[in-house]
Design a protein around this ligand. Structure first.
Ligand SMILES: [Zn+2]
Length: 57
């Protein structure tokens, strides 16, 4: 099972997407990418949106 996230699903106008085998790994990638949007740390409300947008394939 692969977990995928799309930045556009979180409501950001961005075509970034990534995937990982675990949510933990994926969240690390999200945190790295979030810095490109100016978030050094992800606010809890955004984190909740991100987790809700993770899809499993
Ligand atoms: Zn993005």
């Amino acid at each position: 099972m692969t977990k995928t996230i799309k930045c556009s699903d979180v409501g950001v106008d961005c075509d970034w997407s990534d995937s990982a085998n675990t949510e933990e790994e994926l969240m690390k990638k999200v945190q790295v990418h979030a810095k490109e949007h100016g978030f050094n740390t992800i606010p809890p409300e955004l984190l909740a949106k991100v987790k809700a947008s993770i899809k499993e394939k």
